[in-house]
Design a binder for this molecule. Structure first.
Ligand SMILES: Cc1cc2nc3c(=O)[nH]c(=O)nc-3n(C[C@H](O)[C@H](O)[C@H](O)COP(=O)(O)O)c2cc1C
Length: 234
């Protein structure tokens, strides 16, 4: 198979790949001198602003974040990470939607702590959001569900996310059955196994790349009503 051609190992030359962050030519709209004052109004306005800037600069899926959970299934806890889309942002936290019976759903039921990382390499920026998750109220899920196209709703019903499936054909068959099942239903309801999680941060770190690898790292630590801002070494 093409992907298994051993000659492909030499290219690309990963060790030589290098970007000098903070280069005004690569991201002219981005101000690299992140400091403590940027989070004076809290972490949420700055995260919102960075997502907006990534959007304006044409970054694909600027609300994508890598969500890490903890699996307690084996003899020792192990991290598990995958990408999800941030579909809500407020001073309370970040919200994403998924299948509650998926692998991540099972992991969050056993250990609600999670970490989400946004990364926008074109802006030399990264944000980590860490804390405890909780399911959002059913009305919040219902409001978001209204915005989902019919095809996405059918997909949510048809997929037992994270479970094995014998073939693509079987998946297509399940989708065809689901489509037939809801053929006469205008407003396809929210599946009982599907909904949102709110990740309430106790820590949010903003990272802005600078030349020479002396990057800016500003972390907001949240403990109830108290917040503390610290700069971390790169
Ligand atoms: C850009 C991107 C966005 C994604 N967004 C979501 C999402 O919002 N919700 C979701 O359940 N899965 C999303 N996925 C798929 C997940 O990465 C993952 O494959 C799926 O949720 C199953 O994860 P799990 O088996 O660890 O539970 C996305 C994948 C990519 C690449």
């Amino acid at each position: 198979m093409r992907d298994q051609d051993p000659s492909a190992a030499a290219s690309p030359d990963l060790a030589r790949m290098r970007v000098d962050y903070g280069d005004p030519l690569s991201a002219p709209a981005v101000e690299p001198d992140l400091d403590e004052t940027w989070v004076a109004g809290g972490w949420e306005p700055l995260l919102r602003n960075w997502i907006e800037q990534a959007t304006m600069l044409g970054v694909a899926e600027p609300n994508a974040m890598v969500l890490a959970t903890v699996s307690l299934a084996g003899p020792v806890p192990r991290p598990v990470a995958r990408t999800v889309l941030c579909k809500g942002l407020s001073p309370e936290g970040v919200t994403f939607y998924t299948n509650y019976d998926s692998a991540k759903g099972g992991q969050l039921a056993a250990d609600p702590y999670a970490a989400a990382t946004f990364v926008w390499p074109a802006l030399a920026r990264q944000v980590h959001v860490r804390g405890v998750t909780e399911r959002v109220p059913a009305e919040v899920t219902a409001a978001y569900w209204q915005a989902r196209p019919r095809e996405s709703r059918l997909g949510a019903w048809a997929s037992a996310q994270s479970k094995p499936v014998a073939s693509r054909a079987e998946l297509d068959r399940t989708l065809a059955e689901t489509t037939a099942r809801f053929a006469d239903v205008d407003d396809i309801p929210v599946p009982p196994f599907w909904g949102g999680y709110l990740l309430r941060p106790d820590e949010v770190e903003f990272w802005q790349g600078r030349r020479g690898r002396l990057h800016n790292r500003i972390v907001v630590r949240i403990d109830g009503e108290h917040t503390r801002v610290e700069r971390l070494q790169p």
